[in-house]
Design a protein around this ligand. Structure first.
Ligand code: GLA
Length: 413
């Protein structure tokens, strides 16, 4: 399937065939049947380990306990965000006398088991971070040589998700072998642990990624660079995903998800329209919805956007098809995501960053032919605001007004 960029004033439109359905063989652990939802500390809190000058924002058990409390009391858990995930920089720089990993004793005085108990008591699940190589990206002890021991340690502590990074891996063989071995080791513990990999991201530089194999070992996996709190970064992820959609879309499905990295909604870098674009596109892409923001201090607008149940329902649709870009024309991007019941989610993004809102003419002929509602589909706009258009006649075209760097998200059923 080709990406299509049209530059002439003639509105030539080239349609792209839907790259699904496909047979997806996910990691057979029965987990992550819909994209995992939760919170991950990295983008917002990074590796702040000195709690003296910054006790409120350093990576500590207090930070995670406060986020756990917020997730429960402010409706996040109810909205579906259930994994509270620790990223890099939680460890002591030494393993213990039995080579077991241990948390930094100053910042996590209770240890990870106690934090897991705290999180579980609130109905949440706990995610943790490790690395396939000799050291994590921030220089803490990696799992190389200790896959079985570390998997068992996580299971003993009550961990529910492992983000397994790929820094300092050695050779390609060691990288790939390490990802496989950790997957098998987690399985052997008998505990339900979602396995989040960065295998394709690191392997991509060295080889052609075998995505069906990755999907056999991992529940989700990162393909590209770390997201940052900026429109440049969000655009980069969106463009990378559409550029590789032939490869990425067919392999996604229940138990196996491409991970375009964290939601940065509610931070500093995105305008309101750009936050809407991230939420809409991450839902269309069936992306894991792992927020990295400060739940103790988030605007009511960003919170409502992140908790929008109809938008989340598109992301969590049980069919588990990853949406894809249908066309790019006149700086508009049209994406669609087939949903269960042969309904469809559709998004239109205005990629011009100059001028005001512009009209895009949506016609049903541009969209997926598998729609159950052939000639008359009920059309609801979900973002930027909810609006029921009512029945959309297949022969009509609908003008949609889209703000620069903003997105209109619709559902047809
Ligand atoms: C890598 C990962 C990030 C984060 C950091 C932590 O860069 O891609 O998501 O986990 O390491 O050091």
């Amino acid at each position: 399937m080709d990406r299509v960029v049209l530059k002439s004033i003639w509105p030539v439109i080239i349609l792209v065939a839907a790259p699904w359905p496909s047979e997806v063989l996910g990691l057979n652990n029965g987990l992550a049947l819909t994209p995992p939802m939760g919170w991950l500390h990295w983008e917002r809190f990074m590796c702040q380990t000195d709690c003296k000058p910054n006790p409120v924002n350093c990576v500590s058990e207090q930070l995670f306990m406060q986020m756990a409390d917020m997730m429960v009391s402010n409706g996040w858990l109810k909205a579906g965000y259930k994994y509270l995930c620790i990223d890099d920089c939680w460890m002591s720089i030494h393993r213990d006398e039995n080579n077991k990993l241990q948390a930094d004793s100053i910042r996590f005085p209770g240890g990870i088991k106690k934090l897991a108990d705290y999180v579980h008591a609130r109905g949440l699940l706990l995610g943790i971070y490790q690395d396939v190589g000799k050291q994590t990206c921030a220089g803490y002890p990696g799992s190389q040589g200790f896959y079985e021991l570390d998997a068992q340690t996580f299971a003993d502590w009550g961990v529910d998700l492992l983000k397994f990074d790929g820094c300092n891996y050695g050779t390609l063989d060691q990288l790939e072998d390490g990802y496989r071995r950790m997957s098998l080791a987690l399985n052997r513990t008998g505990r339900n642990i979602v396995y989040s990999c960065e295998w394709p991201f690191y392997a991509r530089h060295l080889t052609k990624v075998n995505y069906s194999e990755v999907a056999q070992y991992c529940n989700l996996w990162r393909n590209f660079d770390d997201i940052e709190d900026s429109w440049t970064s969000v655009k980069y992820v969106i463009d990378f995903t559409s550029a590789l959609q032939d490869e990425l879309v067919p392999v996604a499905g229940p138990g196996a998800w491409n991970d375009p990295d964290m939601l940065v909604i509610g931070n500093f870098g995105l305008s309101w329209d750009q936050q809407i674009t991230q939420m809409a596109l991450w839902s269309i892409m069936a992306a894991p919805l792992l927020m990295s923001n400060d739940l103790r201090d988030i605007s009511p607008e960003s919170k409502a956007l992140l908790q929008n149940q109809e938008v989340i329902a598109i992301n969590q649709d049980s069919l588990g098809v990853q949406g894809y870009r249908v066309l790019k024309v006149d700086s508009f991007e049209l994406w669609e995501k087939p949903l269960s019941g042969r309904s469809l989610a559709v998004s239109v993004t205005n990629r011009k960053e100059i001028g005001g809102a512009r009209f895009f003419q949506l016609s049903q002929s541009l969209l997926w032919k598998g729609l159950a509602c052939k000639n008359k589909c009920y059309l609801t706009q979900l973002l930027p605001t909810r609006y029921e258009y009512g029945y959309f006649n297949a022969t009509c075209s609908l003008p949609l007004l889209v703000n620069p760097s903003g997105t209109v998200l619709l559902k047809l059923e």
